[in-house]
Each structure stands twice: as structure tokens, then as C-alpha cells.
Write a protein that binds this ligand. Structure first.
Ligand SMILES: C[S@@+](CC[C@H](N)C(=O)[O-])C[C@H]1O[C@@H](n2cnc3c(N)ncnc32)[C@H](O)[C@@H]1O
Length: 278
């Protein structure tokens, strides 16, 4: 199998790049993020939010005590042949995000114990400076059905600035404090998993996407680390949660996903949840 996503951007003509970049803003683009990101000029992005494949490496089906099958993350887009392949993929997309971030731009990367430590290493190796790691504590986590480990009840977000020397990155300290009843916002955030009406369903009523993130989580990220009008890039947008949060709060977005069904759903979701007069 050829290595995924290890191609680096070709020297594209800058004028053509700026033209196609403008067309990406405010759109959900269907494509491989490596190909699409090539169209973005250096230093054009204020914030990256990335929820990449987890590389869960599931070996067996998960069965509940009542013998029903757990709807786990077994999608093709999450499969990598080895840690080496996943590392090459991760380093390549993180490197490309670094190129297109402004010098004071920041990046959020979310993951679980399966991938977050590898992603943190790549961030540091590439020269990003970690500002915080935030724990998203899930109010309603999936139980450990086999009873062989603790319930895995959280995910980790790493927030990092492109250039360690830049102290002028956006952090809306006072807004965060206000949202936390007048106390400093802490690095442990409690939100329920995305369920019920918020969860997008397919035509059979099943979850459309195995890892749709709660809108409230993305609203916190966007409100904490961007200003109105900023451009937020999500190279692995899935159901478009980042786009909804960005648009609801007056930020611009560039969303990319390689799966057409998610792209269609994200476009429809943004149109429905964010009428343009808002
Ligand atoms: C963990 S999910 C993101 C879920 C998203 N945050 C949401 O709230 O719906 C990762 C996404 O990355 C997409 N993906 C995987 N490889 C990709 C690539 N090379 N380029 C663009 N998208 C990719 C998958 O289709 C999947 O939707």
C-alpha cells in the first residue's frame, strides 16, 4: 500500500494559489487534505482545529453483554498499516498546517490515548510550542464492555502556538472567565458526547459519522482562541462541527474531508443550523 499523505506541497504559482484559496473560504471541500491545503498560501490561517483519524487499530468486534454489536470506529479512513505509516501521515499534515498558519496562529489537535501522544511529539518536533493540554471529560462515556480496563471517559486536546516567541496569539481570557462564572477557565472541560438530535443520522437512522464531536466543545475552542472574522481551518472536518461553531460566532472557515457523504452532510448541516442572516 502506498504511504498516505506524505507528499509535500509542490511549488504552485502564488497568484493562482491566492485565487483558489479565496474560493475555499466559507466552503466544505471534498478532497484529500494534502491536495487541498496546497492551494492555501503560507501564513493565511489564524487557527487550525484538527480531529484526525485516531488509528484505533481495533482487532475484534466489540460486543455488549446483551450480545449486540458496538458501533465502533472501524472506518476505512481510520486504518493504517503501522505506527510508522501513521507517523508519516501525521507529520506531513501537521507540517503543512504549520506552513499555512500565521506566525501568531495556533493549532488545536484532539485525540485519545491511541494517537495523542504521537501527535504531541510531532507538534514539538516541528517547532510548535504547547500552550495547554485540555481534557475533555465525557459526562456519558461508553462503558468498557469487557470489564478489563477503566472506562475510557476522556479525550485530550493539545493547544499550541506556531512560534514560541509570539506572545500575541489570541486567547480570549476574559470571555472564558465570564463563561466560567467569573473564575479562570480551567483545562478540564465537561461536555456530554454528541447524542440525540444533535447527532447526524443516515437514511437508516444510524449514526452518520462514528466520531461526530459535540458542538459545545468546538464553540469553546473557537470562542477561546479566535477573533471575529478569523479564518479557521479544519482539514478533517467530518460532519462540519467546526464550520457550524465558526459561522455561529462570526468566524470564517475552510473545511475539508475526503469522504463525500460527510461533505454533503456537513454542507446541509451548516445551511440548516447557521442561516446566513445570523
Ligand atoms: C475523527 S473524524 C472528524 C470528525 C469531525 N470532527 C466531526 O465532528 O464530525 C476524521 C475525519 O477525517 C477524514 N479524513 C481521513 N483522512 C483524510 C484526508 N487525507 N483528507 C481529508 N479528510 C480525511 C475522515 O473522512 C473523517 O471524517
Amino acid at each position: 500500500m502506498p504511504e498516505r499523505g506524505t507528499k509535500l506541497p509542490a511549488g504552485t504559482d502564488m497568484a493562482a494559489k491566492v485565487g483558489s484559496f479565496k474560493e475555499l473560504v466559507g466552503r466544505v471541500t471534498h478532497g484529500d487534505c494534502f491536495e487541498v491545503m496546497k492551494q492555501i498560501p503560507d501564513g493565511a490561517i489564524d487557527l487550525v482545529f484538527a480531529d484526525p483519524p485516531y488509528n484505533l487499530q481495533l482487532q475484534n468486534e466489540l460486543i455488549r453483554p446483551n450480545r449486540t454489536k458496538v458501533d465502533a470506529v472501524d472506518d476505512e479512513w481510520d486504518k493504517f498499516d503501522s505506527f510508522m505509516e501513521y507517523d508519516a501521515f501525521s507529520r506531513a499534515w501537521l507540517g503543512e498546517c504549520r506552513r499555512l498558519l500565521k506566525p501568531n496562529g495556533t493549532i488545536w489537535v484532539i485525540g485519545t490515548y491511541h494517537n495523542i501522544y504521537r501527535l504531541g511529539k510531532h507538534l514539538q518536533d516541528l517547532g510548535f510550542w504547547i500552550l495547554n493540554d485540555v481534557v475533555w471529560v465525557k459526562d456519558n462515556p461508553m462503558p468498557n464492555f469487557r470489564g478489563v480496563r477503566f472506562t475510557n471517559a476522556h479525550e485530550i486536546l493539545i493547544w499550541a502556538v506556531k512560534d514560541r516567541r509570539r506572545k500575541d496569539y489570541t486567547f480570549n481570557y476574559h470571555e472564558m472567565k465570564e463563561q466560567n462564572k467569573g473564575k479562570q477557565m480551567r483545562s478540564d472541560w465537561r461536555f456530554p458526547l454528541c447524542t440525540g438530535g444533535e447527532r447526524l443520522k443516515d437514511s437508516n437512522g444510524k449514526k452518520l459519522h462514528s466520531t461526530q464531536k459535540p458542538l459545545a466543545l468546538l464553540e469553546r475552542v473557537i470562542n477561546a482562541s479566535t477573533k471575529e472574522g478569523d479564518i479557521v481551518l479544519d482539514p478533517f472536518c467530518g460532519t462540519g462541527t467546526t464550520g457550524v461553531a465558526a459561522k455561529l460566532h462570526g468566524r470564517r472557515y475552510i473545511l475539508i474531508d475526503s469522504e463525500e457523504r460527510y461533505v454533503k452532510a456537513a454542507r446541509q448541516r451548516i445551511a440548516e443550523e447557521c442561516p446566513s442572516e445570523r
